[in-house]
Design a protein around this ligand. Structure first.
Ligand SMILES: O=C(CO)COP(=O)(O)O
Length: 250
């Protein structure tokens, strides 16, 4: 049984004070079991986030980390330091990082290894553009991204990791992939994992859908067999909305 995940990705939004306000707003309202809740926040908010999540069911995620643990890499964030401060997950390969910061499949693979080595779990993002989808190339593209991202990762590590399918055309556009479209690609990703690893690993890895997930559509998406949760941008920033997402099964 795969435990569902509702993960927020705040992107470059909220400062430490606003992070604390959010934490105050969700206090005591997240499910204790049955659904895993995660907030991914900007690096500058992580100290506040970790302190507020302590003793609650909320898990924490960084939105990026470098693949080296220390050294002359001005402006980067060390995965070792993230682990030491108590971070649980790191989002990697988000389409915004690929598009605006030139993150390559090779970087993402190196980051995945560094994150696992430092006792955290990667949330590996993948997704196609509208152009690729319309050209019938979406599956080939997305499975290629996944194959590159997981190179050299053991089955045991991958089984604990998280994959997020986020079609670029559905991010922040209000245009959700239909639940059927999302299920179809998430299923293709699971089959790819089965072919790269084995059926057991494919059965264990949790695969999320992201792209305009909100309280109004979360139930329908979560009802799909292969979809294990949501990676949520806009609708994760308001406490009420995040609680509504986290309690989709109530
Ligand atoms: O990019 C996303 C999450 O990582 C999705 O963002 P929205 O939920 O705002 O569409």
């Amino acid at each position: 049984m795969r435990t569902p995940i509702i993960a927020g990705n705040w992107k470059m939004n909220k400062n430490p004070k606003e992070t604390q306000e959010f934490l105050d707003g969700i206090k005591g309202k997240l499910p204790e079991s049955g659904v895993e809740t995660i907030i991914g926040a900007p690096a500058i908010d992580l100290t506040t986030l970790v302190a507020g999540a302590e003793g609650t069911p909320l898990k924490t995620a960084a939105e990026n980390s470098y693949f080296e643990e220390s050294g002359a890499f001005t402006g980067e964030t060390s995965p070792k330091a993230l682990d030491e401060m108590g971070i649980d997950y790191v989002i990697i390969g988000h389409s915004e990082r690929r598009q605006y910061f030139g993150e390559t499949d090779e970087d993402i693979n190196k980051k995945a290894h560094a994150i696992l080595k430092n006792n955290m779990l990667p949330i590996i993002c993948c997704g196609e553009t509208l152009e690729q989808r319309e050209a019938g190339k979406a599956e080939e593209w997305v499975t290629g991204q996944i194959e590159n991202a997981v190179k050299g990762i053991s089955a045991a590590d991958l089984a604990k990791s998280v994959i997020a399918y986020e079609p670029i055309w559905a991010i922040g556009t209000g245009k959700t992939a239909t639940a059927d479209q999302a299920q179809e690609m998430v299923h293709v990703i699971r089959e790819k994992i089965a072919s790269l690893y084995d059926a057991d690993t494919a059965d264990k890895v949790r695969i999320l859908y992201g792209g305009s997930v909100k309280p109004a559509n979360v139930k329908e998406l979560m009802a799909k067999e292969d979809i294990d949760g949501g990676l949520v941008g806009g609708a994760s920033m308001d406490p009420e909305s995040f609680i509504a997402l986290a309690t989709f099964n109530k």
